[in-house]
Ligand binder design. Structure first.
Ligand code: HEM
Length: 527
C-alpha cells in the first residue's frame, strides 16, 4: 500500500522541490527507510539521520541576559548639525557629518532577566541595542530604556544578575534574594526608584526611550575629546504600564511587545526615534557632585542640554528569527573612528563580556554571519579557521600570505591617524577603590520628587508589595535607604511595612558606602 503523501506531486504543482543540505531531492518526507513496511530502520538512512540530528542541534544557548528580544531593521539619518553648529565640531565619525546622510541599522529590543519565552510585560529594564552598519565598519550602541544602572563597577555584574535571576534551588524570582542584594548596594537606589515606578514596565517597544547609560567619548578631527551620553526619544511618545495593566496583558499574551512592533512595521506604521547627545569636556569635573563616569547618575539637562543629532526609522522586520535575532551580536567595544570609550568602570567590563559570550554562544566566527558582518565596509583580516569558518576575508593579491608583515603580498597596515594620542593624561597607582563621589541618594531623591502623584503612588505600592515578601532586616535596611533618598518615600514605604524611622535610626552605614554631609544630617534626624 502506498502512502498518500508519497505519491509525488500533483500535476501543475510548481512549488520548489525539497532537498537535503547536500542538494539531494527528497521524494518521501513522510516515511523513514525500513526493512519492509513494519520493519526496523536502517543505519544508512542518511536523509532521516541528517534531518533529526540537525534538529537535535537547533538551539544555541540563549543570551545569559536579554534572552527575549525583538529585532527590526531600518536607517539612521544624521541632522549633520544642531542650530548653526556642525556635529563635526565634536566628532569626526563619518555617519554624523552630512545632513540627511543615512546609515543602515539593526535594532534589538529586549527584556533582561526572563528566558527566551518569558513575559514581555515583566517589571524589568528593557534593552535597546542598535547596530549601525557604517562605511567605517560597524558601531554598536548597546543601551537600556532606563537612564541609569544598578551598579557602577563591572565586577559586580554577575552578582546583581544572580540576585535578579531565579533562585538556584526553587527557580523562582525571589524578592528576598533581590532585596537582600539591593539592600547592601546603595548605588542601586536611583535605578530602583526608576524600575519600580511605571517606567519599569514600558507599554511596548515603540513607546519607550533608550539610553546609552554608560559614558562614551567623541573625538574630533584634531583629536580633541568630549565625554558623551546618548538618548533616544520615541516620536510616538513614552507609555508605561502599571502592575495591574501588565497583569491583564500577560494573562493571555507573553509576547505583546514583539507582536506590536512586528505588526506596526508590517502595516507601514514605521516607528521612529530621535537621537540626542549630552556633551561634557573630557575631564573629572570636580565642580559636580557626581562623577561623569558613574552610570548610576544622569547629567542634569539644564547644565548639559540634550542636542538632537539625528533620527532613526525602523521599516523592515526580520526574515528569520534565528538568523537575524538569535544570532545577532552586539558589543560595547564595537566603535568607529571618531567615537571612543571612556574610563567608566562598567564600560570596560562590558566591552570584554559581550564578544566573550558571543564566541561561546554563537561561535568564534559569529562575525561572519550576514547580520553581524560589517556590510557597508570592507573586511580584510588574517583571521582563519575555527568552527563554522564560512569564507576567507583575506588578501586577494596573494592568498598564501595570511600573516603581516610580508614583502610577497598580503595585507598592510592602514594610515596612522594624525591624532592617535587623544584625551587627558591619566596617572595613578594600581588599586581597588570606589570612585570618590558616590553620592548614592541625591539623584534618586530628585527623581522621586519629579514624579507625578500617581507615579509616586505606583512606586510605593510596587516596593511595598515586593518588600512585604522579604525578611525583616532586609525591609529595615531598604526603608533606611529610602529615608536617605527622600523623607516621603521612606516614610510611605515604611508605613506600608509597619516600620518607623526610629526603628531603623540606629542601623550603621554600610561599609560599602560613603555618606555625604546631607546624608549624615538626614541620618541624625531619623530618631
Ligand atoms: C546583553 C553583559 C551591563 C545592555 C548582555 C549580554 C552580556 C552582557 C553577557 C549577552 C550578550 C549576548 O549574548 O549577545 C553585561 C555586563 C554588564 C552589562 C558584564 C556590566 C558590567 C549592561 C548595561 C546595559 C546593558 C549597563 C545598558 C546600558 C545590554 C543589552 C543587551 C545586553 C541591550 C542585549 C543585546 C542584544 O539585544 O543582543 N550584556 N551587560 N548591559 N546588555 Fe549587558
Amino acid at each position: 500500500m502506498t502512502d498518500v503523501a508519497s505519491q509525488g506531486p500533483e500535476p501543475g504543482d510548481d512549488r520548489p522541490v525539497l532537498t537535503n543540505r547536500q542538494g539531494h531531492q527528497v521524494y518521501d518526507n513522510q516515511n523513514q527507510r525500513t526493512v519492509g513496511a513494519r520493519g526496523p530502520a536502517t543505519l544508512e538512512n542518511y536523509q532521516f539521520l541528517e534531518k533529526i540530528s540537525h534538529f537535535d542541534r537547533e538551539r544555541i544557548p540563549e543570551r545569559v541576559v536579554h534572552a527575549r528580544g525583538a529585532v527590526a531593521f531600518g536607517y539612521f539619518e544624521s541632522y549633520g548639525k544642531w542650530g548653526d553648529e556642525p556635529i563635526s565640531t565634536y566628532t569626526r565619525a563619518k555617519l554624523f557629518q552630512e545632513p540627511g546622510k543615512r546609515t543602515d541599522v539593526a535594532v534589538r529590543f529586549s527584556t533582561v532577566i526572563g528566558g527566551r519565552d518569558s513575559s514581555e510585560a515583566a517589571r524589568d529594564p528593557r534593552g535597546f541595542a542598535i547596530k549601525f552598519y557604517t562605511e567605517d565598519g560597524n558601531w554598536d550602541l548597546v543601551g537600556n530604556n532606563l537612564a541609569v544602572f544598578f551598579i557602577r563597577d563591572a565586577i559586580k555584574f554577575p552578582d546583581v544578575i544572580h540576585a535578579l535571576k531565579p533562585d538556584p534551588v526553587t527557580f523562582r524570582q525571589e524578592p528576598n534574594r533581590i532585596f537582600d542584594f539591593m539592600s547592601q548596594t546603595p548605588e542601586a537606589m536611583h535605578m530602583l526608584v526608576n524600575l519600580f515606578s511605571p517606567r519599569g514596565i514600558p507599554a511596548d517597544y515603540r513607546h519607550m526611550q533608550g539610553f546609552g547609560v554608560n559614558t562614551y567619548k567623541w573625538v574630533d578631527a584634531e583629536g580633541r575629546t568630549h565625554l558623551v551620553k546618548y538618548h533616544w526619544m520615541p516620536k510616538a511618545g513614552v507609555k508605561s504600564l502599571t502592575e495591574a495593566d501588565a497583569a491583564v496583558i500577560q494573562a493571555t499574551e507573553l509576547g505583546h511587545a514583539t507582536k506590536d512592533l512586528y505588526e506596526s512595521i508590517e502595516r507601514g506604521d514605521h516607528p521612529e526615534w530621535e537621537l540626542l547627545v549630552q556633551l561634557m569636556t573630557d575631564d573629572d569635573h570636580p565642580e559636580l557632585d557626581f562623577d561623569p563616569l558613574d552610570d548610576t547618575k544622569v547629567w542634569p539637562e539644564d547644565q548639559f542640554p540634550a542636542k538632537p543629532v539625528g533620527r532613526m526609522v525602523l521599516n523592515r522586520n526580520v526574515d528569520d528569527f534565528f538568523a537575524e535575532n538569535e544570532q545577532l551580536a552586539f558589543g560595547t567595544g564595537v566603535l568607529v573612528d571618531g567615537l571612543d570609550f571612556s574610563d567608566d568602570k562598567m564600560l570596560v567590563g562590558r566591552t570584554f563580556s559581550y564578544s566573550d559570550t558571543q564566541r561561546y554562544r554563537v561561535g568564534p566566527n559569529y562575525l561572519q554571519l550576514p547580520v553581524n558582518q560589517a556590510r557597508n565596509a570592507s573586511v580584510r583580516t588574517n583571521q582563519r579557521d575555527g568552527q563554522m569558518a564560512y569564507h576567507v576575508d583575506g588578501a586577494k593579491n596573494n592568498p598564501h600570505v595570511n600573516y603581516e608583515p610580508s614583502i610577497t603580498g598580503g595585507l598592510r597596515e592602514g594610515e596612522y591617524p594624525t591624532h592617535d594620542e587623544q584625551g587627558p593624561v591619566i596617572e595613578g597607582r594600581l588599586t581597588r577603590k570606589r570612585i570618590p563621589r558616590t553620592d548614592d541618594y541625591r539623584q534618586a531623591g530628585q527623581r522621586y520628587l519629579l514624579m507625578e502623584q500617581w507615579e509616586r503612588d505606583d512606586l510605593v505600592h510596587n516596593l511595598v508589595t515586593m518588600l512585604a515578601q522579604c525578611d525583616r532586616p532586609i525591609q529595615e535596611r531598604m526603608v533606611w535607604h529610602f529615608l536617605l533618598v527622600e523623607d516621603e518615600l521612606g516614610l510611605r514605604v515604611g508605613e506600608g511595612l509597619g516600620i518607623k524611622p526610629r526603628d531603623v535610626a540606629d542601623l550603621p552605614p554600610l561599609a560599602s558606602q560613603d555618606l555625604t554631609d546631607e546624608d549624615r544630617e538626614r541620618l541624625a534626624n531619623l530618631g
